[in-house]
Ligand binder design. Structure first.
Ligand SMILES: Nc1ncnc2c1ncn2[C@@H]1O[C@H](COP(=O)(O)OP(=O)(O)OC[C@H]2O[C@@H]([n+]3cccc(C(=O)O)c3)[C@H](O)[C@@H]2O)[C@@H](O)[C@H]1O
Ligand SMILES: Nc1ncnc2c1ncn2[C@@H]1O[C@H](COP(=O)(O)OP(=O)(O)OP(=O)(O)O)[C@@H](O)[C@H]1O
Ligand SMILES: NC(=O)CC[C@H](N)C(=O)O
Length: 729
């Protein structure tokens, strides 16, 4: 047995919070050492924080990063008997790299720049960094004088190399590199690297953890070896929630796993691994050995440390813990809201609560946040207790022990009724607020909207009417929108005064609750309650929210929210008559299920109108192509007339791959030709072609007595012939 004890962590870093970031790094090193680890891995760019974005251009960010590194090197204890692997940006020959810096015994062993940058979806690393493209090449890096003065070392190695200790070989692979078809761990593993250290900055997305775990499992089961995975955890200043889940895997099995969602700022996990297990697995895998002998060697940088011991016992495999999407929606946004609140310096949240599904889900997420705070306070988490005391405006003796009681200090809701509001939604809102412990107000905003009516009377003799009263579409929309917009102004007014009214300092953050699907369709009033400070559910589809509501009502002690599942979603902006009750899906001209499909095809599968039509003709076999064409065209029409609303959409928690958030994720124009002339003309041609084929087939079958199948077949994609443009040319 040759045992090695290693540590990795989840750190809740915050962009540009150099002091806090350094404190958390130091704490993680101390914990790792106290658990006997000889290697400590931290998240990607942990020194300045992963999300510095354009601040990476600033020389100040470099300067402060070196200052933090200097602090780590200055204290002889921190790097004694342990290899410390930290992430920071490094400028080499006037080129900026996203690097791992390897420290040992107050020396810099080497600097490993990231070789493949993350550039899709939310990631734009190539905007600030250059990948290290010189495979198996190292150069001399002259250390800044301040560092050289401390460590007595003037240069170190930078580049694509392996760290060779006296008894093993270790290499870095940074975040995105794990996701590549040709990951560094493949060649490095073949070249004898026994442990890969991956410091990541990887964000949460619903159902994504499995992909990450599968990649690490496959990396270590195919080639054998140890894999250390560290991640940022929390909101580091943007829309993303980094979901931790630090892990240690050996030969395809997990031996330690950290939390995915947590309020703990520093979480260190360790495992003791028998290196002989790795050696034996590899050396008996004969076809791998043959490949290994052919592998071109990487440069090795020596680190004169002995990492293994013969004493102790190895950690045993554990099952990987996955949670359900409903739990992910509950815990991810709740942790994000907590980080946002404590870091914003404000005194709590305000939510306009309508008694409908979306604001009910948002209220439930705040309730779960309060539950997590109470749970962590109960475990003695001093940071959580201190933050809770400050936010709640309570004294040093206050310890939150009851989630509803804590909510009553930091969560305010209001039902903002007009004459179109129903008793049913008003009652539901009050019950939900009581269930989550919020301070709830009922405010009548009818007078405010009437005042807008009088204002219009000053400029016109015409008084707009609702459609049900004989008004036009335009009048109908204007009368709806003034109610919705007044709610937004009322919300900010209440948020700025409610704490004052309760004799407390500060003000509240306004929560928005537009979901991903209605944003995509633009079924919302611009600058209404969708224009809030932040929105925990803006990246979540209506269907997932329903799953979440069902779970939260059952498992998180919020029974009243279950009522919204059976209620018809309605904006309650139009008068109810005997013949008419406003309903979301009827208004939108499409169902939430259909919207989810359109959303995924548009964003994830990169479909324009024609490809979407073609895909859906084959997937929606219950509909005939003319119906599919109508639905696709309707979707693109509404999507494009409302796209401008995405430019001002409230920043929301990114949770869904088909999020339409224009600001960071889904970059598109916001002024479209909403006629889509060319695109819709081709769809019409394809429909025409289908109709002609139908006629032909019907007439063929009429003349063929053996043909008994009367159901019109759906034409397979690309099988059509004719004189029209062939899409598949
Ligand atoms: N191309 C363009 N670029 C930039 N801005 C553009 C624009 N076209 C219109 N606009 C602007 O956008 C305005 C139209 O958008 P907007 O005012 O939102 O109004 P609009 O989209 O016409 O109506 C809002 C819709 O949301 C529905 N809704 C449903 C459920 C809840 C709520 C709610 O709020 O509670 C609302 C409501 O029933 C209605 O159908 C125009 O008046 C103009 O100011
Ligand atoms: N009567 C109301 N009182 C308070 N807030 C309201 C009211 N009506 C609407 N809102 C706010 O405006 C937002 C958008 O309204 P909309 O009718 O679109 O609701 P929704 O998206 O269907 O959500 P919900 O299911 O919460 O009603 C709501 O989520 C809520 O925050
Ligand atoms: N920082 C990174 O390289 C992250 C990229 C990676 N694809 C992820 O989502 O986890």
């Amino acid at each position: 047995m040759r045992l090695i004890t290693v540590a990795t962590c989840n750190l809740n870093q915050w962009a540009l919070d150099f002091k806090g970031n350094l404190e958390r790094i130091i704490e993680s090193i101390k914990i790792a050492k106290s658990k006997g680890a000889i290697y400590r891995l931290g998240p990607e760019l942990e020194i300045p924080g992963y999300g510095c974005e354009d601040h990476f251009y600033e020389q100040d960010t470099m300067l402060h990063s070196w200052q933090s590194l200097m602090a780590l090197l200055k204290d002889p204890e921190l790097t004694r008997d342990i290899i410390v692997d930290v992430g920071m940006p490094v400028l080499h020959k006037n080129v900026r790299y996203n690097c791992r810096v390897i420290l040992s015994d107050q020396r810099i062993v080497m600097i490993c720049p990231k070789k493949a940058l993350a550039m899709d979806g939310n990631y734009r690393e190539n905007r600030w960094f250059t990948p290290w493209l010189k495979s198996r090449t190292t150069e001399i890096f002259p250390l800044p004088k301040v560092i050289a003065d401390i460590v007595g070392q003037t240069t170190c190695v930078i580049g694509d190399a392996i760290i060779a200790t006296r008894d093993t070989a270790i290499a870095n692979e940074t975040c995105e590199e794990l996701f590549l078809p040709n990951s560094p761990h493949i060649e490095m593993g073949l070249d004898g690297v026994e442990m890969i250290a991956n410091g990541s900055g990887s964000h949460h997305q619903l159902r994504k953890l499995k992909q990450r775990v599968d990649l690490i499992t496959s990396a270590t089961s195919k080639s054998g070896g140890i894999y250390l995975y560290a991640n940022q955890q929390g909101c580091d200043g943007g829309r993303l929630y980094f979901d931790g889940c630090c892990m240690i895997m050996v030969n395809g099995e997990c031996v330690a796993q950290g939390s995915q969602f947590s309020l703990v700022d520093v979480e260190v996990i360790t495992a003791t691994i028998d290196l002989d297990e790795v050696r034996s697995a590899r050396a008996s895998f004969m076809s791998r050995c043959a490949q290994a002998t052919l592998t071109k060697e990487f440069p090795r940088v020596l680190c004169d440390q002995h990492l293994t011991t013969y004493k102790g016992s190895a950690s045993q495999p554990i099952p990987i813990k996955y949670i359900t999407p409903a739990e992910e929606i509950g815990f991810g946004p709740a942790c994000w809201l907590w980080d946002y609140l404590r870091r914003s310096g404000l005194g709590g949240y305000f939510l306009p609560l309508s008694g409908g599904a979306d604001s009910a889900a948002t209220a439930a997420i705040v309730a779960i946040m309060c539950q997590l705070v109470v749970l962590d306070a109960g475990k003695g988490n001093r940071q959580v207790i201190a933050d809770a005391q400050r936010i709640a405006g309570a004294g040093p003796d206050y310890i939150p022990t009851n989630a509803k009681e804590f909510a009553s200090r930091i969560f305010y809701t209001a039902y903002l009724g007009t004459k179109n509001s129903s008793d049913e939604t008003r009652k539901r809102a009050a019950e939900i607020a009581a269930d989550v412990g919020a301070v709830h107000k009922e405010v009548d905003i009818e007078e405010v909207t009437t005042a807008f009516g009088s204002m219009f009377g000053q400029v016109s003799k015409n008084q707009p009417r609702f459609k049900v009263h004989g008004g036009s579409n335009r009048e109908n929309l204007a009368l709806q929108n003034v109610q919705a917009r007044s709610r937004m102004v009322a919300s900010y007014h209440l948020a700025s005064l409610l704490l004052w009214d309760h004799g407390r300092e500060g003000s509240l953050l306004v929560l928005g609750s537009a979901n991903c699907d209605e944003s995509l369709r633009g079924y919302m009033t611009k600058y209404d309650c969708s224009s809030a400070d932040i929105n925990p559910i803006g990246g979540i589809s209506k269907n997932d929210l329903r799953i979440f509501i069902e779970w939260a009502s059952r498992e998180r002690n919020i029974p009243s929210i279950a009522q919204v599942l059976t209620a018809t979603p309605t904006a309650e902006l139009e008068p109810v008559t005997k013949e008419y009750v406003q309903s979301d899906e009827a208004d939108m001209g499409m169902t939430y299920d259909e919207l989810s499909v359109f959303g995924k095809l548009r964003k994830i599968h990169k479909c324009g109108p024609v490809s979407m039509y073609e895909r859906l003709v084959s997937e929606w076999s219950h509909l005939e192509p003319p119906k599919v064409a109508e639905k696709v065209k309707r979707f693109f029409y509404y999507y494009s007339i409302n796209r401008h609303k995405m430019t001002t959409i409230t920043p929301s928690y990114h949770a869904e791959a088909y999020s339409p958030d224009d600001n960071r994720y889904d970059h598109r124009p916001f002024l479209y030709n909403t006629k889509w002339d060319t695109q819709f003309a081709l769809i019409d041609e394809l429909v025409q072609r289908w109709k002609s084929n139908q006629l032909k087939e019907n007439s063929d079958s009429d003349s063929d007595p053996s043909h008994t199948n009367l159901t019109p077949p759906v034409m397979p994609l690309g099988s059509s012939t004719g004189t029209l443009i062939d899409r598949h040319l």
